[in-house]
Design a protein around this ligand. Structure first.
Ligand code: DGL
Length: 272
């Protein structure tokens, strides 16, 4: 059993925590939501880098065996320097799933919804450069979405208005696939489906991140997984928020289904 640290600008990384809890349930998790500073999407690169370092330093001090940067914006802006600063800890990042989208699109038109910083980053541009030239990527910054998601307004009129504004032009250009390049956005999948039906195949990368966790921190005894889950003590999940730990705990219960998982979960507020 290992202790895995996960951080994001706020609630978005809970989509990654949720996938991790289902697929690698043997570990303890520390989730750090920097909600006091969300959104990260329009912060300066210098601020993002120094903030990401501070959060990773704190997670390393808590004894984490691996750190998951569950934020596309922080990954594209800071992962190289984080890895340099923490050479002894596996640091796993997340990036928009444009590669799987390029492999599965039929129309060769893919919509990409991500933060302004992610779309502007050299890392994202380099990733785009590796993909077939016959595939068109319609890039759209999801301005305004993250603060509404942080408030729990997952299908409010404001969210619907923004989603229509951002996604309709993609459909009009022939997109059949939508990449959600921000870990907050999978919480909008029900609203996107309500608005657009199944016109778009949605690509989110939570499962790919969990495969990375498994690669770096292999399961101790995968063939005996079920027995291990029943025998071992409850796993511990600590949810830390730089804004409001109780609110984070409430959001976690509302946003991810924790009912059938044997966990001891706490919400704590931290000032960093
Ligand atoms: N959830 C983050 C991401 O994946 C950050 C969004 C934000 O804070 O703007 O990019």
């Amino acid at each position: 059993m290992a202790k895995i640290g996960i951080f994001d600008s706020g609630l978005g990384g809970l989509t990654v925590l949720s996938a991790a809890l289902r697929q690698t349930p043997h570990h303890d998790y520390i989730y750090l939501a920097d909600s006091a500073n969300a959104p990260y999407g329009e912060k300066s690169p210098e601020w993002l880098e120094s903030r990401s370092h501070l959060l990773c330093t704190w997670l390393a001090e808590q004894g984490c065996d691996a750190i998951v940067v569950a934020c596309n914006t922080a990954t594209t802006g800071a992962i190289a320097s984080i890895r340099k600063a923490f050479p002894d800890i596996p640091v796993i990042g997340v990036e928009p799933g444009i590669k799987p989208a390029a492999m599965t699109t039929q129309t060769k038109v893919v919509g990409v919804l991500a933060t302004q910083n992610t779309l502007a980053s050299d890392k994202f541009k380099a990733l785009l450069g590796t993909l077939p030239a016959d595939c068109q990527f319609i890039q759209q910054a999801g301005l305004g979405l993250v603060p509404l998601i942080e408030d729990g307004a997952l299908s409010s009129p404001e969210i619907k208005k923004l989603l229509k504004e951002y996604i309709t032009p993609m459909l009009e250009s022939g997109a059949d696939t939508l990449v959600l390049g921000c870990t907050h956005y999978p919480f909008l999948i029900p609203c996107i489906s309500e608005l657009f039906g199944n016109q778009l195949k949605i690509v989110d990368t939570s499962d790919a991140i969990v495969r990375q966790i498994q690669r770096f921190i292999p399961d101790e005894n995968p063939e005996d997984e079920m027995q291990q889950i029943t025998l071992r003590k409850q796993h511990q999940i600590y949810l830390y928020s730089t804004k409001d730990g109780d609110q984070l705990l409430t959001h976690a219960h509302n946003l991810i289904n924790l009912r059938d998982i044997n966990i001891a979960i706490q919400g704590l507020t931290i000032s960093l």
